[in-house]
Design a protein around this ligand. Sequence first.
Ligand SMILES: C[S@@+](CC[C@H](N)C(=O)[O-])C[C@H]1O[C@@H](n2cnc3c(N)ncnc32)[C@H](O)[C@@H]1O
Length: 278
Amino acid sequence: MSRQPGQDADEPIDLGQDVANIARVYDCLLGGKDNYSADREFARTLLLENKHVERLVRDNRAFLGRAVQFLVQEAGVRQFLDIGSGLPTRENVHEVAQRSAPECRVVYIDHDPLVAVHARALLTCTPQGRTAYIHADARESATILGKASRAGLDLSQPVGLLFVAILHFFTDAQAVVAPFRDAAAPGSHLLISHGVDRPEMAGIAAAYQDQLGVGTPRTAQQILDLFGTWELVQPGMTALPDWRPADKAPAPDRAAAELGLCGVARKPEPVIGRGCTR
Ligand SMILES: C[S@@+](CC[C@H](N)C(=O)[O-])C[C@H]1O[C@@H](n2cnc3c(N)ncnc32)[C@H](O)[C@@H]1O
């Protein structure tokens, strides 16, 4: 059995190497080495379904980096909850954030046992900053928020909520993200990327459903709804390579770009009642 969220860290872990899993397949498509033959086989299946999927995951990772940089440099965010953080790779969130502001605090959350094993790699940081890893299911919002506070996040202050390439693994994505939106202070930012429900995505979604039992691409309106009443920052919800592209970014692969949408939204200040004037 895999380590369950909350299981003692000393207990032996079965990584479930014989079946593909989300985090390792993503690592494989990114060109990483933390994956097994079942994951590579499944990645090949995905590429047969749609050869643009490799570019899609790279565009997703690049969006994550640009958006975190924006949150630190332009929105002044100094603390982050990265939910569904994935296996450590290049340009992890704390590396991007602490490069601009060394005091940034980052809490990573994932339910994957191999991510837990590699969490140590995520926990190196600047002397001023702080990183932590919470092994939990994203649905356990109360547990995650409690542990994040104990790990040093001040939830009375704005936080960057990162739900990057995770919400399409839930049929009830709104129920997953809403408690985090509700708990976050005004001025917090929500970062989402998500697979789009369109014919070119059908084979990819079907392969995920067949082998991993998850995979719910959504329409643009359904993805927009996941931001709740938060205000999208410019340029709004876009294809992954179109969100504040870097100056010398390579030309986007439009076929890959059509498969994903992303955006960053800010939680507005509460409207103060005006009272009754006569
Ligand atoms: C495609 S990866 C994305 C990684 C990273 N956010 C990125 O965009 O580069 C999705 C991650 O979500 C995690 N995940 C999926 N379902 C989850 C759940 N119910 N609770 C916590 N993590 C989950 C997977 O283990 C995986 O690491």
